[in-house]
Design a protein around this ligand. Sequence first.
Ligand code: DGP
Length: 114
Amino acid sequence: MSDADCIFCRIVRGELPSKKAYEDDELIVFHDINPAAPVHLLMVPKEHFATLADARAEHERLLGKMLLLAPRLAREQGATNGFRVVANNGPDGGQEVYHLHLHVLGGPRPWKRL
Ligand code: DGP
């Protein structure tokens, strides 16, 4: 399912540009427009769902795949000495874009905490 007005759905559909680091049939990964670290990727499922609280059992494999892909992409982008994976969820979780995504942050410290 795709949401007409969702920014990340529009990136998935190619209507908005992004600097891609990875793509397959169910996932897109691109560089954050406002990086909080030297390496700052956003891992975005192509299917629209808003938050982790909206994920269902059918998303278990996809979410596992995203976590397993994170270290590879962090390393490929130059974060060879560690990285963080962050998922902001809901208003008190500081979420701005309501299409589930994982932030992958790495590179030499210090950098802003999310
Ligand atoms: P959050 O929802 O707070 O987990 O963070 C959303 C992130 O998405 C934020 O770090 C900025 C980024 N972002 C928002 N709009 C765009 C966009 O159009 N392109 C890219 N590359 N990143 C975006």
